[in-house]
Design a protein around this ligand. Structure first.
Ligand SMILES: Cc1cc2nc3c(=O)[nH]c(=O)nc-3n(C[C@H](O)[C@H](O)[C@H](O)COP(=O)(O)O)c2cc1C
Length: 508
């Protein structure tokens, strides 16, 4: 063959390759534009809406991760604060995709301090099961007691720490699921009210929303908040698990005009609550405040704190008996040392307070000892994001559970750990409108509701497997605590409900 013919063939091949390349690039470009339009218009996936096209890789990598983890990386239980197994459960529940898993548990069942439930030889048949028992908070002691049967509710997160669409999605989801939502310490916003859910109003150390000019409690403002029928209870926050001894921290970048108006503070400047209520110096001051809030509002009033030095509890309960049992807070919210926050110093986050595993049995026991268990309801919080955790808390003696981060995950949180930076990629803890557009509140509300319902269904399932007709009949006899490999003890034997001290029972 002549050289010129060879040359022509080579040129032809080159032309074809160039043509194919150009066609390939053009197709890719068209696909990118197509996916860009699809991603930015769809309303269900936050990351794809906020980061069109590129966000798809997250879902691809998440899927591929399942295979890679078999060879290179950590198993699905080695990430913190919530491992992949825990997060995946919440995502699946929220999206209502198949909640079954295959092959076998990846959970080690021999970890000291961990628990297992004790199934009954005679599980409850579905048609024998009873609806979840209703608890009445403030019964006989409040003009307007609160009736609730929800097992998992939305824990305190202020409007400020989380965005307006997040608050809207949570409040609509709460209404759909029949659970309550706590305002957190940032006051009551229109976003809390607009969807019609039950609300617990939190009074933080800065008294945002009910603050007088000197930083004290303003009864007129309190009355105005209580006038909303949706506001069912009031919670005075003494401390929060992630930062006991430190007040709320809202960086200036997150203090928008609206948030500043609700809190009655300047916009754009850091919003720092005092690290304690200035008017509280002893348990009498605390009980005085409980009485005052309950009297002004007519609604159940409780305290939220993380347990630290326990003599506080003894003094509190003794003072309640000295004043008379009606003076008691209507509920106690016990938060765990490993609770979440929008922003906190690491020293407090990592080292201060007792975890819920230790504090919940302790508080429930003391309430029994002082004969106050019936009078004071108990709400537990701290990583109680799945049915097993909630069922454990009910077994120990909690009346309700609450979660903040479980509901953030249901909203689409990817645990980017940027809540303090106004850069949350899923629009939950940012006031950047560009990032918020990914969070379509009407869509996410469905996930919030589905998550709450799946947790409740899971707790029911555990209760029925343990042989009790409804979740609030779970007790310490239904849990075994692992002491060491291959050895566990039933919680009722290890940590029995103490007998009531007779002197308190007489007065009660
Ligand atoms: C973003 C964020 C904001 C929070 N804001 C408040 C608050 O205003 N008041 C409060 O008492 N707790 C606040 N918390 C703590 C939660 O209410 C809850 O007690 C704690 O996170 C434990 O629950 P979890 O482990 O289910 O998140 C906040 C938590 C998060 C993650």
């Amino acid at each position: 063959m002549e050289i010129s013919t060879l040359h022509n063939i080579a040129l032809n091949i080159l032309e074809w390759i160039t043509l194919l390349l150009v066609l390939g690039v053009a197709t890719l470009l068209v696909m990118v534009i197509y996916f860009y339009i699809v991603d930015s218009r769809q309303q269900t996936h936050t990351i794809r809406r906020n980061y069109p096209v590129i966000g798809r890789f997250r879902y691809l990598f998440e899927h591929l991760g399942e295979f890679f983890r078999q060879y290179f990386f950590a198993m699905d239980r080695e990430e913190l604060p919530f491992n992949r197994a825990e997060r995946s459960w919440v995502y699946r529940a929220a999206k209502e995709v198949d909640s079954t898993i295959a092959f076998g548990s990846t959970r080690p069942m021999d970890q000291e301090g961990d628990i297992n439930f004790l199934n009954s030889a005679f599980p409850v048949l579905e048609d024998e099961a009873l609806p979840v028992k209703t608890i009445i908070v403030g019964e006989h002691h409040c003009p307007q007691p609160y009736h609730a049967n929800s097992v998992l509710n939305i824990s305190a997160m202020s409007y400020g720490a989380i965005s307006a669409p997040a608050v809207q999605a949570l409040s609509r989801g709460a209404r759909m699921a029949g659970i309550w939502m706590n305002t957190g310490e940032g006051g009551l916003s229109p976003h809390h009210l607009q969807e019609g859910c039950d609300i617990v109003f939190q009074i933080g150390t800065a008294k945002y929303g009910v603050r007088d000019n000197n930083g004290g409690l303003d009864d007129a403002k309190l009355l105005a908040i209580a006038a909303h029928a949706q506001v069912r209870m009031f919670e005075i926050k003494l401390s929060q698990g992630a930062k006991p001894g430190k007040g709320g921290i809202l960086p200036g970048a997150k203090v928008t005009e609206e948030i500043a108006h609700i809190r009655n503070i300047p916009a754009g400047m850091d919003s720092l609550s005092p690290n304690a209520h200035p008017e509280f110096k002893n348990v009498c001051d605390i009980l005085d405040m409980v009485e005052r809030v309950r009297m002004v509002t007519g609604k159940p009033t409780g305290l939220k704190f993380v347990v630290g030095q326990t003599d506080f509890l003894h003094t509190l309960f003794q003072e309640i008996h000295r004043r008379g049992v009606p003076s008691a807070p209507d509920f106690l919210t016990i938060d765990s040392a490993d609770g979440g926050t929008g922003a906190a110093p690491q020293a407090l986050m990592d080292f201060m307070g007792l975890p819920i595993r230790e504090s919940l049995p302790l508080v429930v026991d003391l309430l029994h000892e002082y004969g106050l268990r019936e009078r004071i309801k108990v709400i537990a919080s701290g990583k109680l994001i799945s049915p097993d955790k909630v069922a454990w808390a009910l077994c120990v003696g909690a009346d309700f559970c609450a979660s903040a981060r479980g509901f953030m995950l249901a909203l689409g949180c990817i645990q980017a750990l940027q809540c303090n930076k106004n850069t949350c990629p899923t629009g939950i803890t940012t006031h950047n409108k560009e990032l918020q557009k990914g969070l379509v509140s009407s869509e996410k509300a469905k996930r919030v509701s589905a998550y709450a319902k799946h947790v409740a269904a899971g707790v029911n399932m555990i209760a029925h497997s343990c042989g009790v007709l409804e979740p609030r009949s779970l007790g310490r006899e239904h849990v075994t605590i692992i002491l060491r490999k291959d050895s566990s003890r039933i919680m009722r034997e290890l940590d029995p409900i103490p007998a009531t001290r007779s002197e308190y029972i007489q007065r009660y």
